[in-house]
Design a protein around this ligand. Structure first.
Ligand code: ATP
Length: 217
């Protein structure tokens, strides 16, 4: 059964770094679909600069021409902080016990995984697929930054080709060139009245300008 990918983020705003990560993972992990799940009130970081509705609308515009990408608004519709573990519980009950589910993330996010709410349970609800820069050794960084995570990483590390054979529990790494783009960079550039062209889809850039997002009041 082809795995379903889940890409969570604040998407404040979504940009080509996110989209290339998703596109590469769709291909390399042979996923049937990727669900983009914008965080409502993210538990792990500062409150996003713009509302969940705006962030969600930008994701919808950004993925409009890729049929394998789907917007899932379950977290933006909730009024409370929403933890990834709760979202995965919901998805598991909707998709069934046997459907492989892959939680997708960049290497920077993976190095923080042990700080997430009930992170060990996350590892039993989904596989994790980590994108890392080619030529970059993730193992040493995990060993130094997160010894608790390192044990799981060593035990669960497997080839991406095996993820379709189990519903959850594996960790796979994919070498994916990282575009040096971040949402912070885009927010700062808009605030400084600098160009954001080619950092994100033109439809998203137009949305930002139409709604006067990220401009100082
Ligand atoms: P911010 O600058 O506000 O911190 P961000 O651009 O890092 O935001 P997030 O929404 O926090 O975006 O990231 C969601 C996911 O996308 C994370 O798993 C992160 O590792 C990954 N990601 C973000 N930027 C890139 C990029 N340029 N290339 C690959 N993956 C990325």
């Amino acid at each position: 059964m082809k795995p379903i990918g889940i890409l969570g983020g604040t998407f404040d705003p979504i940009h080509y770094g996110h989209l290339r990560l998703a596109e590469e993972m769709l291909e390399l992990a042979q996923l049937q679909q990727i669900r983009f799940i914008p965080a409502g009130i993210p538990p792990h970081r500062d409150t996003p600069q713009v509302s969940a509705q705006h962030r969600s609308a930008m994701v919808k515009l950004a993925i409009a021409d890729q049929p394998a990408f789907v917007l899932d608004e379950r977290e933006v519709n909730g009024a409370n902080k929403c933890y990834t573990v709760d979202t995965l519980h919901q998805l598991r009950s909707e998709l069934g016990e046997t459907q492989p589910i892959c939680l997708l993330m960049g290497g920077d996010a993976f190095l923080q995984l042990h700080t997430w709410h009930e992170w060990e349970q996350i590892l039993t609800l989904a596989h994790i697929v980590v994108g890392y820069r080619p030529g970059f050794t993730l193992e040493k960084r995990i060993h130094n930054a997160a010894p608790q995570l390192y044990q799981h990483y060593r035990q669960r590390l497997c080839s991406v080709n095996l993820l379709s054979q189990q519903p959850a529990g594996g960790i796979a790494e994919l070498a994916i060139p990282k575009l040096e783009i971040s949402a912070t960079m885009i927010r700062n550039r808009v605030a400084e009245n600098r160009t954001i062209r080619y950092l994100l889809p033109a439809t998203v850039a137009n949305y930002i300008y139409q709604h006067h997002l990220y401009t100082p009041c």
